[in-house]
Design a protein around this ligand. Structure first.
Ligand code: GLN
Length: 293
């Protein structure tokens, strides 16, 4: 450290102090990465570099927010989801690891459609931050997939739009549309894959973490007395929007598997299945429109 920087602390020292402060070395690193504007290997190689006052001020502001209980992900303003670093804030849900698995299923089914037909049309309904749909765009063959990201909340769609901008060329096939579920989709289009992580928590459920209720958008979480209000809408309308053989993929609550299976089958879906997430909980409902009819 040169003499004229003698008063300054280093990046590594800032990280150490932050760790002491919040008691979580990984979280402290993420906070310091955002505060310094250095990420990953850049951060690792800059540990002896002095930090600026602006960096310290940014970090202090984030720590102040964190100390009120605001979730780390919102304080950071970004969170990783599969291969993407998504901008997130209180307008949208914090992306969850189980939703990465939902996106994975949609990506596989999209790949199968591309394999079969050379291209695919996909919709991520109620996209929020854009996590699922943008992952499909990012992880699908370039130029082969058209993806509709929809949300009824214009604020959420703004977040998705910001995240789309981060995809560059990979985002070329993405369209954004405002509206509730199928209302947002163009009438003429049929889809190979329709995926959604709808609100599915029962109103007033005691199972949701208090921090989730306090900080995350209620409209993205709660869905009537049994949490299935929106899943019912999706199950009732989705087959009409799918190409014959096309798939629907819906994230659901751990105890909703039997009810959602019944709903999808009632509306004519075939090959209905419930897959578990990495925690072993029922999480992903899928089914397809019959090939004929
Ligand atoms: N899994 C979320 C939670 O309980 C709910 C997500 C949702 O309703 N789509 O925190």
């Amino acid at each position: 450290m040169p003499d004229d920087q003698a008063g300054a602390v280093s990046v590594g020292e800032l990280w150490r102090r932050t760790t002491n402060d919040i008691g979580d070395r990984a979280a402290a690193r993420w906070l310091c990465e955002v505060a310094t504007g250095l990420s990953g290997s850049e951060f690792a190689t800059a540990l002896d570099e002095p930090v600026t006052e602006a960096m310290v001020a940014h970090l202090d502001a984030m720590l102040a927010r964190r100390s009120t209980g605001e979730p780390l992900q919102y304080v950071l303003g970004q969170w990783s989801f599969r291969h993407l670093d998504l901008a997130i804030d209180r307008r949208v849900l914090i992306p969850r690891p189980e939703t990465e698995e939902v996106a994975g299923v949609a990506i596989e089914l999209t790949a199968a459609a591309v394999e079969q037909r050379g291209s695919a049309v996909v919709a991520d309904l109620g996209t929020g931050s854009g996590a699922i749909g943008l992952s499909v765009a990012y992880e699908s063959p370039l130029g082969a997939v058209e993806i509709w990201l929809t949300d009824r909340d214009p604020d959420a769609l703004d977040v998705a739009r910001a995240n789309l901008a981060g995809l560059g060329q990979r985002g070329a096939g993405v369209r954004l549309a405002l509206g509730s579920w199928f209302d947002a989709l163009p009438d003429h289009e049929v889809f190979d894959v329709i995926v959604a992580n709808p609100p599915y928590v029962a109103d007033g459920s005691a199972e949701v973490e208090p921090d989730v209720v306090a900080w995350e958008p209620a409209g993205a979480l709660f869905a009537g007395p049994d949490g299935l209000d929106h899943v019912r809408t999706l199950a009732a309308g989705v087959l009409d929007r799918l190409r014959p053989g096309g798939w629907v993929v819906i994230e659901i609550g751990a105890r909703q598997g039997p009810a959602v299976t019944e709903l999808l089958e009632h509306h004519g879906a075939v090959d209905v299945a419930i897959r578990r997430d990495a925690a072993g909980l029922d999480r992903i409902a899928l089914g397809r429109r019959p090939d004929i009819g």
